[in-house]
Structure formats: C-alpha cells, structure tokens
Write a protein that binds this ligand. Sequence first.
Ligand SMILES: C[S@@+](CC[C@H](N)C(=O)[O-])C[C@H]1O[C@@H](n2cnc3c(N)ncnc32)[C@H](O)[C@@H]1O
Length: 238
Amino acid sequence: MNNNSKPASYPQVGVASTCRSYEEYCAMFNLEDFDWTKGPVLDVAGGASSFTSQLHARGVKAIAADPFYKGPTEDVIAAAHKEIEVSSAKLAANPGVYDWSYYGTPELHRQGRERSLALFSEDFRSADADTRYDSASLPHLPFNNDTFGLVVSSHFLFLYADAFGEQFHADSLAEMMRVLKPGGELRIYPLVSLRWEECPYIPRLLHELKGVAKVEYLSTGLPFMPVPSSLLRLVKQA
Ligand SMILES: C[S@@+](CC[C@H](N)C(=O)[O-])C[C@H]1O[C@@H](n2cnc3c(N)ncnc32)[C@H](O)[C@@H]1O
C-alpha cells in the first residue's frame, strides 16, 4: 500500500489467460439460481476457464470465445499452466492486499485453479472441442443476432481498460448485445481496472445503450480484489 492506502496495481504485461472455475463463475456472476433453459450461453474472453466444459457436462449448450484458443491444443494448455505459476507467485508476493474470504488461502486458490484447468484441458482436447471453443476476438463475434440467453465476460473488459480504451469497450458491448436474444442478459465482472479504479467511462457506455438494455448493478459472491466491484447486468430489451 502507498501513503493513501491505495493498493499497488496488479503487475501485468499483456492480457493473462486465467482459468477460473465453473464454481467461481457461478459465485462471481450470481448464477446459482439462473434459469439455464433461457438459451445457449456464451463466455467471452473465456480463457482456460472450466465454465463452458461444466455447462456442457450439465447438458447446457455453451460456447467460449477467446483468441487464446488459436494454435496447437497442447500449447494453449501449457500456456494456461504457466499462467497459474506466474499469477500464484504474484499473489504470494503480496497476499495482504487480497480478500481471501472465498478461497481461504493462496494454496487453496492455486489448487482450485489447477482443478479448473484439468477440466478445461480434458474438454479442450476432446474431438468436438471446436464446437465449444472459438478463437473469436472482441469486438467481433462470429455469431448470429439474437442467439444467446446469457453472455458473460470475466476479468477482461474494464479490467484491461488502460490497454483497450473506450471505443473498444463501446463496440464490444454493442456486439455482445447483438448476439443476445431479447430478454437475454449480459453479465460482466469486474468493473475496475488493474489499477483498482472503477473504469471512468462506464456511465457513458451505458447511456449509449439506453433503450437497448436495462441496466442493473448486482453484488458479486466472489470478493477477492483489493477494492470492491459491482457486477454489471444488462438485460436486452425486446
Ligand atoms: C484474465 S483472462 C480471463 C479468463 C477467464 N474469463 C477467467 O475469468 O479466468 C482474460 C482473457 O481475455 C482474452 N482476450 C484478450 N483479448 C481479447 C479479445 N479482443 N476478445 C476476447 N478475449 C480477449 C485473453 O486471451 C484471456 O484469455
């Protein structure tokens, strides 16, 4: 912490490809009571998360989109393993700034990520993986209008605001709304950057969506970051 008690930024060069679990996603996005019959699910910037694989295992049609999926399967999986090493070392170097109430300890956090990556890896190696893992990059998604009942995006939008900027975020939000069915919803978490500051142009972006989406801020069930962040829920209007 500095003299103003503001935690130091998370040390990151480029975009990390992390592997949060299905359980972390459900807690983070408040999905425990979600009606999965609302339509297919899209995880944008899914990384090596087990969310898509575990929805598929539960009989829910789900797709993850991320440029990370380009390239040989084993290289993608190896990169995700490496990211667990790198991020665990960063957390261990400064554990006092994080809220461990969900994970318990840094070691349990790491073990959870390893379990999640094992589930992702098994699914990513399967013969039909290309029906669930698409190497699409925001702000363009290769899906038809009005396709998904739920779109989620964890730890990419707003977190990397300094690198991607306002127009990228405006275009990305519009694109994710496009692929949602009317009545479908987009959930994004967190709304703070790696400098732990709320992204300043969120109100302008949401203003642009007036008439397109109903906006709600919900609380997350996955506290961890040094500063609190709401979860953004946008429901596509009919
Ligand atoms: C911090 S990871 C988050 C992974 C996963 N959602 C999670 O919560 O563990 C951020 C992801 O954003 C992906 N990414 C980078 N640029 C992107 C883009 N233009 N469109 C979609 N995803 C992108 C990266 O490849 C990386 O996997």
